[in-house]
Write a protein that binds this ligand. Structure first.
Ligand SMILES: Nc1nc2c(c(=O)[nH]1)N[C@H]1C(S)=C(S)[C@@H](COP(=O)(O)OP(=O)(O)OC[C@H]3O[C@@H](n4cnc5c(=O)[nH]c(N)nc54)[C@H](O)[C@@H]3O)O[C@H]1N2
Ligand SMILES: Nc1nc2c(c(=O)[nH]1)N[C@H]1C(S)=C(S)[C@@H](COP(=O)(O)OP(=O)(O)OC[C@H]3O[C@@H](n4cnc5c(=O)[nH]c(N)nc54)[C@H](O)[C@@H]3O)O[C@H]1N2
Ligand code: SF4
Ligand SMILES: [Mo]
Length: 731
């Protein structure tokens, strides 16, 4: 790997300065070139030289300057008035008031009554994320809520069980595989998740082009499923399919005993777990026939190099840790772990995951939540528990909440309950560029800089890139108005409490003598002393923040992820993969004992993502909302007839936990017995176009009862919600 400094930012024919950066919206983390005139981004285009995205960017990335310039954007600290409206204040007024109130709450109720919450965009905000984690760590609070618990907690739990660290997670080596089994992921739209590769459509199409096979297991004939072999499945039934496949592998002696002996322990327990899946019942429960289950297992075993990958469809059912465990188990027992074209481990620019794993920074079940005793994961409690922690009286009740980049009223379970609970907080401070259905509940909304306006390194996606690369970029433009870095805002709030928000042992002591270590120093230190680092000058062409900031674009670290590295990449004491997991056996027993369908709610609901939406927050951009874009449900013709509804009708979707009205599309792209629903809609607050887009909030229909979410990880239960669809009766 070479780092060479190219000439700094170049200017184009219009006199605009061109600056290379990377997109901070989704996990593809595409390389971009922003054209800047007078400190304003006027256009964004893909970077053809980026080693991963190679000239690709989607409509969201190249429109992002419209968000930065959005007239509805919050640009100043805003105080909520008695009538619910917001009035501009100065930073000093805001921070002094927040500090005073936090200190009063702390004196009276202790640090444990103060909480933090963050959502998805923190994954592209290394400094903001470190500062917020630091604040929670130093406060020693259990009230630490992360969107990982509505997304990927099941991955963390499986990492902990199989590989000895919540952060250890193998990646599907798409570029060299012969067979890819995709379960509950739609990369043509999402651009990939928990795997980072630019041009993912091309990467997958290439598998087929070189004679390989891609199988897509999904209740909907998605954009991805249309290109490959589609296996429709009922939502929330993945453990049945995957468990039955595992059973076939053992029963038909298709497993790779040599690799199992080399790499793992506990295979006998895994075999016993698989034996609990009856094939005929699996077929009934999942809607996938015994013939298909058997054929898939045989194909997976027969492929010279095969990989498996699951995402939201496999992560947001009721037994999501078991689902992910079974998926990995399929890859492992067929000998595909740590093999080219199989499941491989990433090569990050700064191996924070390894440092965290070795220093005990990542864990599971070290403590339990106050109200329902749900186990923590990486020091965080599930979003599903947030409302009850606010509303349940007693010691340790959550009284003050500081949140950033989270629209949890829309993105977390039991939205109505959550929204009501927020109003009971003594103090709510929210860092968000918009007055959203969440931030509108806050006493203070503080204006964050957006990713074009802050320094960035890809803290989250660096360890999951299939083409390992390094990039660290300076802000492209200065923040608009009085917006400030999230990290700066958190630091200022913490200062008012006499805290340095850094999750570093010894950090507080140093701060007391005036040495305040900043997040970039921490990450730079890990990078410089790591495999690709400059070792403070000892390695002449190695990485450092300074050198990367001076470099235009990204630096390729390797052509592909390494193989034969298992012992360096996992953290179990014996450096083996632990297949024998009593907790998973217990989960299988729960699945096997699960109830039959309640006839009042005969259909199963699942979530749909769209290309021009991003979770809950891209509905205010005119060009992304062009055309007839609406929140909608999708049912198949037979289910529509049974419910007496027609294409474009307004329908009422009812679950045991809530009810919403949405327009319906009748289409055979969804499997019979299921209802697809776009999520992330139903806005209120000050983002006018998003509010005007209408629609309803999916998560009004989802439960927060801790018994109903995934037990081992606390991950939310969104897909497979029992529902009924009826024609909406006019009021
Ligand atoms: N029913 C259902 N619910 C789901 C899902 C599903 O599939 N179905 N998916 C889940 C998943 S995977 C996720 S990740 C979550 C996502 O949901 P959230 O975690 O809530 O994240 P987003 O909706 O992406 O954005 C949250 C907020 O961040 C603000 N924001 C954007 N950039 C910045 C920034 O730089 N700084 C600050 N301070 N704020 C910023 C935006 O204005 C927005 O209000 O939703 C989950 N909810
Ligand atoms: N355009 C766009 N891109 C995004 C996002 C976005 O909102 N818009 N969000 C980003 C985020 S935060 C994330 S986490 C990723 C998610 O990345 P993905 O998981 O790849 O994206 P989804 O579109 O949610 O794909 C999940 C698929 O699972 C299917 N599914 C639902 N329930 C089940 C089930 O029970 N079993 C199975 N087998 N399948 C099921 C759905 O039909 C859907 O096709 O995308 C990221 N990228
Ligand atoms: S695919 Fe994702 S990372 Fe790439 S430009 Fe679009 S939103 Fe940004
Ligand atoms: Mo996500």
């Amino acid at each position: 790997m070479n780092v060479t400094s190219e000439p700094p930012n170049t200017s184009n024919e219009l006199g605009a300065i061109e600056k290379k950066t990377f997109c901070g919206i989704c996990e593809a983390t595409c390389g971009l070139i922003a054209s800047v005139i007078n400190d304003r981004v006027v256009s964004i285009k893909p970077d053809p030289d980026h080693p991963s995205s190679r000239g690709f960017a989607c409509s969201k990335g190249v429109q992002f300057h419209e968000i930065a310039a959005d007239p509805d954007r919050v640009l100043y600290p805003m105080r909520r008035l008695a009538d619910g409206s917001f009035a501009r204040a100065s930073w000093d007024e805001a921070l002094d008031d927040i500090g005073r109130r936090l200190n009063a709450i702390r004196r009276e109720h202790g640090s444990g009554s103060i909480g933090v919450a963050y959502g998805n965009p923190v994954a592209w905000n290394y400094a903001g994320g470190i500062a917020t984690n630091g604040l929670a760590t130093v406060l020693g609070t259990k009230h630490h809520y992360s969107s990982a618990s509505v997304d990927i907690n099941n991955y963390f739990a499986v990492g902990d069980m199989l590989y000895g660290s919540t952060m250890a997670n193998p990646l599907p080596d798409y570029a060299s595989t012969d067979f890819a089994l995709l379960v509950g992921t739609n990369p043509l739209v999402s651009k990939g998740s928990l795997v980072t590769t630019g041009r993912i459509r091309d990467v997958l199409v290439d598998i087929k082009a070189r004679g390989g096979r891609v199988v897509v297991v999904d209740p909907r004939r998605t954009e991805t499923a249309r290109l490959f072999d589609h296996v429709p499945i009922l939502p929330n039934a993945d453990p049945w399919l995957l468990g039955a496949m595992l059973r076939v592998l053992f029963d038909d002696d298709l497993v790779d005993w040599k690799k199992i002996r080399e790499q793992t322990t506990g295979v006998e327990q895994l075999r016993q777990l698989a034996a609990k899946f009856d094939l005929d019942r699996a077929a009934r429960e999942s809607g996938v026939g015994v013939g298909t289950i058997t054929e898939l297992a045989h194909a997976l075993a027969a492929a010279p190099r095969a990989c498996v990958h699951g995402r939201c469809g496999a992560s947001l059912g009721q037994y999501s840790t078991l689902t992910k465990f079974l998926l990995d188990a399929l890859g492992i027992v067929t000998g595909n772990l740590d093999r080219r074209g199989g499941l491989v481990f990433g090569e990050p620019m700064a191996d924070l995951d390894a440092v965290g794993a070795k220093s005990g920074g990542f864990h599971r079940n070290h403590w339990r939540t106050r109200v329902h005793g749900v186990g923590e994961l990486n020091g965080t409690a599930p979003m599903a528990c947030l409302a009850e922690e606010i509303t349940t009286p007693g010691n340790g009740k959550l009284r003050a909440l500081i949140g950033l980049s989270s629209n949890l009223v829309t993105s977390s379970p039991a939205s109505t309950k959550t929204a009501d609970a927020l109003d009971q907080l003594d103090l709510m401070v929210w860092l968000d560029p918009y007055v959203t259905e969440t931030s509108k509940h806050a006493h203070w909304i503080l204006p964050p800089a957006l990713w074009l306006e802050r320094e960035q390194m890809p803290i989250f996606t660096q360890s999951q890139a299939l083409i390992p690369h390094a990039q660290w970029v300076a802000p492209v433009v200065t923040p608009r108005g009085e917006a400030r870095d999230d990290a700066w805002i958190i630091d200022q709030i913490a200062r008012r409490m006499g805290i340095l928000p850094l999750p570093l042992p010894g950090g507080q002591l140093l701060a007391k003598v005036g040495i305040r270590i900043k997040p970039h120093v921490m990450v730079d230190l890990v990078m410089r002393t790591g495999k690709h680092g400059d070792l403070f000058g000892l390695r002449r062409r190695g990485l450092s923040r300074k050198r990367l900031l001076a470099t235009q674009g990204a630096v390729k670290l390797a052509e592909q992820c390494p193989v034969d590295v298992l012992k360096d990449k996992i953290f179990t004491k014996d450096r083996r993969v632990h297949l024998g997991q009593a907790e998973m056996l217990a989960e299988v027993d729960r699945v096997v004992a699960s109830d039959a369908v309640d006839p009042r709610y005969p259909l199963r609901l699942f979530s749909i993502r769209e290309l021009r939406s991003h979770n809950t927050w891209m509905h205010n951009v005119p060009r992304l909302m062009a055309g007839d874009r609406r929140c909608h449900a999708v049912v198949c013709p037979a289910d529509a007839t049974a419910a007496g509804v027609h294409d474009r009708d307004l329908v009422t979707v009812t679950s045991p936990w809530g009810q919403i009205d949405v327009p319906v599309v009748v289409s055979d792209e969804v499997m019979a017995g299921t209802v697809g629903l776009t999520h992330g809609f139903g806005h209120s607050g000050g983002w006018r176009r998003a509010v005007a887009a209408g629609g309803a909030n999916y998560n009004v229909l989802t439960p927060s009862d801790p018994d109903l979410i995934d037990h081992p990880s606390g991950n939310a239960f969104f897909n497979g919600i029992p529902v009924a669809v009826t024609a909406t009766v006019a009021p």
